[in-house]
Write a new protein. Structure first.
Length: 93
């Protein structure tokens, strides 16, 4: 069994990778939300019809949460040279 500190670094690095991905999603959602507003897109006759407010609310929740103080602290604790093998294969999806 790997050393406790190696296991914890694997856990921290895995969380950090997820938080980095969430920040990328935040940037994409911000771009899409802004395009919807600036282009004045009408969701009529699409699967988004009647759901625009809910989509905007969900996008805002993700945008607000991604890049939080805790997320940034986790990312700062990441050690890129750590190989993340202490827990074996971690499922990716």
């Amino acid at each position: 069994m790997p050393a406790n500190r190696k296991i914890w670094q694997t856990i921290i690095n895995t969380f950090a990778e997820i938080e980095e991905e969430r920040i990328r999603h935040k940037n994409r959602l911000t771009f899409i939300r802004d395009k919807i507003k600036t282009l004045g897109l009408d969701p009529t006759s699409t699967k988004a019809e009647g759901k625009l407010a809910a989509l905007n609310d969900r996008a805002q929740e993700i945008i607000d949460d991604a890049g939080s103080s805790l997320a940034l602290q986790i990312i700062a604790a990441k050690i890129p040279s750590h190989r993340n093998r202490a827990l074996g294969e971690i499922p990716n999806g």
